[in-house]
Design a protein around this ligand. Structure first.
Ligand code: AP5
Length: 220
């Protein structure tokens, strides 16, 4: 795998995008660009965009396209990196078209889109057991991926927290929004010849291995 790979992890909330994207970016030696993490950081910093976004996030709804497109484009420009692992952006066709236009113009187009398939009932199990480090944002699962010390982040010792949008009712709303606004993106990337589907169920390492194999094989 070359160091300048540009790829996107696409999947429903709780599919394991963040968990896998973080490890993959490390393996590839490229930045991990996670739209949700960036928005949560902006909200914690009380920036105008962060505060505006928080109202949508707390309801389990998408932040409007025009805000997201500007926000992520600024971040990618600041990064200036040749390769990256995108996680959570784009998630509407409008966002995908804007990103493609920008990256194509800069001659650094997206190369592979990994579609991480996980059914809705498994998503609900994963999100209700998730714990997140408020400091470094690393995620854990109480049963599937616990920290070494109960409720404490392995990376920096911070006490773990439950994300407000992981309440069961908000999870159901997030899944509904995903199916309404992101399902169509699979066809969009399939038509562009970018999409590779990967089964996101099973052990974490098993899923990582499938992702590596899918990248090696490339889109079909
Ligand atoms: P964001 O933070 O991106 O949330 P999401 O897409 O809903 O995804 P999650 O972070 O919930 O899940 P994940 O797939 O990363 O799973 P994880 O690895 O943590 O976005 C939050 C909000 O910001 C959105 O709702 C929206 O409001 C806004 N937003 C962000 N981007 C936007 C955009 N582009 N446009 C508009 N609005 C935007 O794993 C989940 C759990 O499962 C963890 O506990 C993990 O340990 C566990 N797990 C992972 N893999 C496995 C496995 N193989 N087996 C068992 N457990 C596993």
């Amino acid at each position: 795998m070359g160091p300048a790979l540009r790829l996107l992890l696409l999947g429903p909330p709780g599919a394991g995008k963040g968990t896998q994207a973080r490890k993959l970016a490390e393996r590839l030696g490229v930045p991990h660009v996670a739209s949700g993490e960036l928005l949560r950081q902006a909200a914690a910093d009380r920036s105008p965009i962060g505060l505006k976004a928080k109202a949508y996030m707390d309801r389990g709804e998408y932040v409007p396209d025009e805000i997201m497109i500007w926000f992520i484009s600024e971040h990618l420009n600041e990064l200036g990196a040749d390769g990256f692992v995108l996680d959570g952006f784009p998630r509407t066709i409008e966002q995908a078209k804007a990103l493609d236009l920008e990256l194509d113009t800069e001659q650094r187009p997206l190369q592979i889109v990994i579609g991480l398939d996980v059914p809705d009932d498994e998503v609900e199990r994963r999100l209700t057991g998730r714990r997140t480090c408020p400091s470094c944002q690393r995620t854990y699962h109480m049963h599937y991926d616990p920290p070494a010390v109960d409720e404490v982040c392995d990376e920096d010792g911070t006490k773990l927290a439950t994300r407000p949008d992981d309440e069961p009712e908000t999870v159901r709303r997030r899944l509904q929004v995903f199916h309404q606004q992101t399902d169509g993106l699979y066809d969009y990337f399939r038509e562009r010849g970018n999409l590779v589907s990967v089964d996101g169920c099973g052990e974490l390492d098993e899923v990582s291995k499938r992702i590596d194999e899918a990248i090696e094989a490339g889109p079909r």
